[in-house]
Design a protein around this ligand. Sequence first.
Ligand SMILES: *[C@@H]1O[C@H](CO)[C@@H](O)[C@H](O)[C@H]1NC(C)=O
Ligand SMILES: *[C@@H]1O[C@H](CO)[C@@H](O)[C@H](O)[C@H]1NC(C)=O
Ligand SMILES: *[C@@H]1O[C@H](CO)[C@@H](O)[C@H](O)[C@H]1NC(C)=O
Length: 360
Amino acid sequence: MRPTLLLLACCFGLASCNSIAYRPSDTVQAGYHVIWSYPGPIIPQDIYTAATAGRLGGIILFGENVNDNLPAQIDALQQTYKKSKNYPGFPLLILTDQEGGEVNRLPGGPTQSAKEIGQSSDPATAAANAGSTVANVFSEYSVNGDLAPVLGVYRQEGDFLDEFERSYGNTSQLVSTCVGPFISAMQSKGVLATAKHFPGLGAAARGANTDVEPVTLNLTLDEIRGVDEVPYKTAIGAGVKMVMPSWAVYPALDSKYPSGLSKRWIQQELRGRLGFRGVTISDAIEAGSLAAFGGTAERTILASSAGMDIILAAARNTTQGSDAVNAIVAGLKNGRLDRRAFQESTKRIVDLRRSLNGRH
Ligand SMILES: *[C@@H]1O[C@H](CO)[C@@H](O)[C@H](O)[C@H]1NC(C)=O
Ligand SMILES: *[C@@H]1O[C@H](CO)[C@@H](O)[C@H](O)[C@H]1NC(C)=O
Ligand SMILES: *[C@@H]1O[C@H](CO)[C@@H](O)[C@H](O)[C@H]1NC(C)=O
């Protein structure tokens, strides 16, 4: 028995570690790094097959997936996973966007938008109530992670974040006041929170949507650090489990790569300067803003090598999730992905998912 393998298995905290040394294959480890999505109201066979094969890190749910039968389907998926030989001892990630107001995928609230919370008489309490509501709604659906809150500090009435009232306010202080209680309330009930979209989309103009086209935010580093990053300090201080980098380009630090493909933003600024130790998760890998960076496989390699732990394959096409897993496996084999960095990244995801044990 090779001691390195034993060490690896133990560092992953795998259930089988006590009895025999078990090292997941590259494919199974790569699976941890990809969140899949699917079309329509029924979880398709492809998703079950991927879970059993260890190629599925979890799923993201959209409106078209939501119906009364969804909770039973999610439980069936988790049970299938649990019975498979690739079950690592912790559940799949089940994620969705529940920001409040107009941006809720599941019925049940929060009914207040981020902006309404920010403008209420007691924003901190309103934000805590909203975080708690998300956790209650999620427990009915067996969803264990929220791709919220939005940490952007909006600049102009009606701009990209303000149009749908997704920003808590137009000052760092107000946004910070809200995000801490929202995150703490949700995470104390066992639901993972995600601070997005680092370092911030508050300066994006109305219609400047990275889902559709490239967006460049030409702010000075002083403004980004002095305004947009301030709520990240609060969120990280509150123990936020995940951060989603944005797909906008911020030339102040990197004029070539969007934040989510940028070593400078993810490693230097988010992990280095701000000290974030949790899991980074991408925005939708199919985003139109990434058109210049190749297809799913190339985008996955660029994001992963920049320091992105989890790739969000959100196109509601199971081929996309599969392509992302294959890209990571190939990247490990051909050396485009550094194996040591990959193992550290895998450990962050394993720790995150183990923290869900006993909660969902
Ligand atoms: C924020 O918006 C309010 C009005 O809604 C305005 O009075 C104030 O000047 C704005 N603050 C900043 C920093 O833009
Ligand atoms: C970005 O800002 C700098 C400094 O204000 C300016 O020189 C440059 O032309 C701007 N670039 C774009 C694309 O707006
Ligand atoms: C899913 O993606 C694959 C690969 O890009 C493509 O060939 C296929 O047509 C897509 N399926 C749907 C239903 O869009």
